[in-house]
Design a protein around this ligand. Structure first.
Ligand SMILES: Cc1cc2nc3c(=O)[nH]c(=O)nc-3n(C[C@H](O)[C@H](O)[C@H](O)COP(=O)(O)OP(=O)(O)OC[C@H]3O[C@@H](n4cnc5c(N)ncnc54)[C@H](O)[C@@H]3O)c2cc1C
Length: 445
């Protein structure tokens, strides 16, 4: 452990005990620093975000939790099964075809259990984990970050002085709100409605627990994610304009309505029993104008988050948490916690966000869906797409070149018909307008 200067209570503080916070706390501790982590809830607590990517395995290895994750017997994910609303087209995003990841098979997890495992690991390596502790504010002096923390247990308020803060408060965005850093994503202004169900049939064959991603014939889509032997997480995502058109009463009624007018989902949900209230989330896509500053760093959703369509959230959160720890470790070695020290960290966060964003924004256009769900894209090109979707955002030059060809096919499909037009193009389909999107033009989707 670094010898803490007597002026500091700990070397570092982490606000938030989700995957980003636990990962950065574990990683800082593994590098020998004293760390306190404040989490406002008491674990286990519910959280959405259940399907992981292959690259999460690298984080498990780095954090020393691979064995615990394996022992938890979470449903295995080998890839994603893609279906069109009528069940006509179905393609397999097979992670075992991806050559650029260490281990293709990953998991789908009930987050209360998954997040608990990570937080326990933080305790095990010596992080001072304090649950039911809300970080209310953080001020930054020339030589310290000073946090005010309120405990829900004894109603006491405490002041903690550290060298620097990792903000991993998720969508709550402690510092993003303080410094007004959030950049909204009007092109991804979507609404998700979801719950957990029993009695949803699993896939046939050797990989029954893969995620199913089912496109409606409009701009909406469903996820079906097995998260335990019994439970399947089921949700629909609708762009806001479409949501306004389809909303018919309570969230439960809207979810049921979208299930029953999507033939393949209606069939799969025939015997399903809902086990939790229906929940709604919206405005979940945004980035940040800065990912670090003097004595602070943003990790995971506290910095940016993209629509859940490609299940990137948790895997990115862990990755960025580990990277935040590495950046702080370097800063401490140089005794320089200024914003410029974290420039490389920030560039990497932005690059990763933008790489995935191109796919996510593309997904909300009919021509992307025509190509993506079609059985026809050449195998080599589709494998390059699978590489990205397995989480390998910084893939080889060759893979990135093939991805360019994939987006080239989508541009052609916009004007000509290189594959069946399986998706509606009318206004009622509810795709976000291209005029409002600098992203879609910049990305050439
Ligand atoms: C509808 C939907 C579906 C999704 N599906 C997927 C999916 O299938 N796969 C996937 O990988 N991701 C998915 N995600 C994204 C995923 O939920 C997040 O990306 C992930 O949880 C980010 O982890 P994090 O640690 O950054 O934040 P969080 O997991 O949100 O953790 C933040 C923690 O900080 C705590 N906190 C907040 N404020 C404070 C404070 N002031 N003081 C102390 N503690 C605080 C919170 O209690 C929380 O525990 C989905 C998201 C949505 C909205």
């Amino acid at each position: 452990m670094t010898t803490s200067d007597p002026g500091y209570d700990f070397d570092f503080a982490v606000a938030g005990g989700g995957p980003a916070g636990s990962s950065s706390a574990i990683s800082l501790r593994q590098r020998g620093h004293s760390v306190v982590l404040f989490e406002r809830e008491i674990f286990p607590r519910f959280h959405i975000g259940e399907s992981l990517l292959s690259t999460a395995n690298d984080s498990f290895a780095a954090l020393g939790v691979a064995k615990q994750i394996e022992a938890a017997s979470f449903p295995e994910k080998w890839g994603a099964r893609l279906f069109t609303h009528d069940g006509q087209n179905g393609r397999y995003v097979d992670f075992t075809c991806v050559r650029e990841v260490t281990k293709p098979q990953t998991y789908q997890v009930p987050r209360e259990e998954f997040d608990r495992i990570l937080l326990e690991r933080a305790r095990e390596v010596g992080v001072d984990v304090r649950e039911a502790c809300n970080v209310i504010t953080c001020e930054f002096a020339a030589d310290a970050a000073i946090l005010d923390v309120a405990s829900r247990v004894d109603a006491a308020a405490r002041r903690v002085r550290v060298r620097a803060l990792v903000d991993a408060t998720g969508r709550g965005g402690l510092l993003a709100r303080k410094f007004n850093l959030r950049t909204e994503e009007p092109r991804l202004a979507n609404v998700a409605i979801y719950s957990h169900y029993t009695n949803v049939p699993r896939l046939e064959g050797p990989r029954p627990d893969d995620i199913r991603l089912i496109a409606r014939d409009d701009a909406g889509w469903f996820w079906l994610i097995p998260i335990s032997k019994e439970l399947t997480s089921v949700g629909v995502v609708l762009p806001k304009a479409l949501y306004r058109r389809l909303a018919n009463g309570s969230p439960e009624e809207t979810l049921n309505g979208t299930i029953s007018d999507t033939p393949i989902v209606a069939e799969l949900m025939r015997e399903a029993r809902r086990e939790w209230p229906v929940r709604v989330e919206k405005d979940f896509s945004y980035s940040a104008s800065a990912y670090a500053g003097n004595r602070w760093i943003l990790a995971g959703d506290a910095g940016s988050f993209l629509d859940p369509v490609f299940s990137t959230g948790v895997s990115i959160a862990m990755e960025s948490g580990i990277e935040a720890a590495a950046a702080l470790h370097r800063a401490l070695a140089r005794n320089d916690f200024s914003a410029s020290t974290f420039a490389a960290f920030s560039r990497r966060q932005r690059k990763r966000f933008e790489t995935f964003r191109r796919f996510v924004v593309g997904f909300y256009t009919p021509q992307f869906r025509d190509v993506f769900f079609s059985p026809e894209p050449p195998t080599l090109i589709f494998r390059s797409v699978a590489t990205m979707l397995a989480g390998k955002w910084n893939a080889s030059l060759w893979t990135r070149f093939l991805n360019q060809l994939f987006f080239g096919m989508i541009s052609i499909q916009k004007r000509f018909k290189i594959t069946r037009r399986a998706f509606r193009r009318d206004r009622e389909a509810g795709y976000p307008s291209e005029v409002s999107s600098k992203g879609s033009i910049a990305n050439g989707v």
